[in-house]
Design a protein around this ligand. Structure first.
Ligand SMILES: CCCCC/C=C\CCCC/C=C/C(=O)SCCNC(=O)CCNC(=O)[C@H](O)C(C)(C)COP(=O)(O)OP(=O)(O)OC[C@H]1O[C@@H](n2cnc3c(N)ncnc32)[C@H](O)[C@@H]1OP(=O)(O)O
Length: 301
């Protein structure tokens, strides 16, 4: 269903569309955004909320998968569908990725998707991670991560796939802590880390599974800007507008020129990467580590 809503001088396109596994993509107003002046509607089952300002062509994509936006199958499918829809939309020029629940941007992969599942299940799950990443990292749009909270592991993966990262100041962490769960970040994720912070720092960070507080992440270049949490969205919108002063075509071609080798490498090695993930995550010792990690998370309370 697609309707157009005119409000406050801006035209809002609103549609609710059902994606596989019952996840929804809807274009709607964000409550805190300066771009937001459309009508708000919401249902609790929607795991991705999207608002798009037709005039500027800036879309805000809010992950809405309580309690911590962990990347389960449904959220991965919704994110991919959403990125692909926006990619096809000729009037869309930029995408801001953020969390609908401040304080946690994304807790990474849903660990339960990796625990006590069959090799086929985890293989299919991993392919969804790969496909979501291919659509975000390979996007022609300006992509901005508005990291309004913790961003470990898969949250860091999402952030790294964007063109620019703005993070909330304060006691929030970001990084690739895979080794702490006895997991090994795949080559394309490791490469993004190297590209962001350089070989030596990435090598150390990956080996010890480091999670950095936001000020250290800024120092390392893992994020590009720190702002108070309440300003993350507004600053992201301002930053996007600066980026949009550059002609889209030249910017997008330049981006593709630098990202194509890694995109092509994963496309070429997709099945091998899936096989490795299947073998690694279903290994008994890894399952035990995941179980212990889950227990640790629960015991935190
Ligand atoms: C070449 C070899 C290739 C092999 C490939 C192998 C692996 C590839 C790795 C791929 C890359 C990505 C990996 C991942 O993303 S693994 C996930 C890692 N994530 C984390 O370590 C984060 C864990 N969570 C936290 O640290 C915290 O929850 C927080 C995000 C800091 C938020 O803290 P807080 O607001 O205090 O919330 P709670 O801790 O109380 O959590 C609320 C409930 O949510 C559950 N939870 C949290 N995170 C996850 C998760 N990632 N998956 C599933 N569930 C999660 C938590 O247990 C609480 O549940 P409860 O209410 O039922 O107790």
């Amino acid at each position: 269903m697609a309707t157009f809503i005119a409000s406050g001088g801006r035209v809002w396109r609103k549609f609710v569309k059902t994606f596989p596994l019952g996840s929804n993509l809807s274009l709607k107003r964000s409550p805190t955004s300066a771009l937001a002046n459309g009508r708000l509607s919401s249902t609790s089952s929607e795991n991705v909320l999207v608002s798009k300002d037709e005039k500027s062509g800036i879309a805000t994509v809010r992950m809405n998968n309580p309690p911590v936006n962990s990347l389960n199958t449904a959220l991965l499918l919704s994110l991919r569908s959403c990125f692909e829809e926006l990619e096809k939309d000729k009037s869309c020029r930029a995408l801001i990725l953020t969390s609908n629940k401040p304080k946690v941007f994304c807790a990474g992969l849903d660990i339960l998707e990796l625990y006590q599942k069959s090799p086929d299940y985890v293989g299919q799950f991993w392919e969804k991670v790969q496909d979501m990443w291919l659509s975000l990292y390979g996007s022609r749009l300006v992509t901005m991560a508005a990291i309004n909270g913790h961003s470990p592991a898969g949250g860091c993966l999402l952030s790294l796939a964007c063109d620019y990262r703005i993070m909330a100041e304060g006691n929030f962490v970001i990084g690739l802590n895979e080794t702490q769960l006895d997991l090994v970040a795949p080559f394309w994720l490791r490469q993004m880390m190297v590209d962001a912070i350089g070989y030596r720092q990435a090598e150390m960070a990956l080996m010890v599974g480091a999670l950095y507080p936001s000020n250290k992440a800024l120092q390392l270049g893992l994020v590009d800007k720190l702002v108070p949490i309440e300003d993350v969205q507004t600053v992201a919108e301002e930053e996007v507008k600066n980026w949009l002063k550059i002609p889209d075509q030249a910017r997008a071609i330049t981006k593709m020129a630098s990202r194509k080798p890694l995109l092509d490498e994963l496309r070429k090695r997709k099945q091998e990467d899936i096989q490795t993930f299947r073998d690694e995550t279903t290994r008994e010792s890894v399952q035990l580590s995941i179980q212990q990690y889950l227990d640790k998370l629960k015991a935190k309370k």
